[in-house]
Design a protein around this ligand. Sequence first.
Ligand SMILES: [Zn+2]
Length: 168
Amino acid sequence: MPGKSRFLNEYLSWDLWDIVVVGHQFDEERSGYQTEHTYEEVVAHKGEKFVRLWLHETRENGPRGGIDVEQHSESEITEEEYLQASSGKPLEDTEEDRCNFGKAKAEERRRAELYSRLLAQAPLCPSDDRRMRPMEGKFGVFWACPRSNCRKTQGMTAKEKRLYNGRE
Ligand SMILES: [Zn+2]
């Protein structure tokens, strides 16, 4: 059974595979807004190499709260060290996880590509020559002038709508 760290997507985005959690620590600050710190230590393959990596997540519960995930440190280890540290522990990632992550990334890139193609063919506002932007309304997407006190809008063609929705 894979362990399923909740940082799996971060690890995959750092090109890690055959990831094994070897340490996990959670701290909560007693004072103030109780900032939570989660540390996780993993060993993994990275390309042809082996690495040991620390991740640090800060979760701020205050009024300006937020979550910050950072890669704390990474060092190269030997295959022997990897095998020793990971021995008897479950892998976090499966072939399927890696495949899904790769597909999601590719889909994201494809959509971004189509969206920038759409922006490149945006019409100009007839009043002030600004490049119009896609805007979502009650009846779907349309072109709107980005200038706040200009209310010019224009319908999108079927082809433009397809690009907006991620279809060619
Ligand atoms: Zn305008």
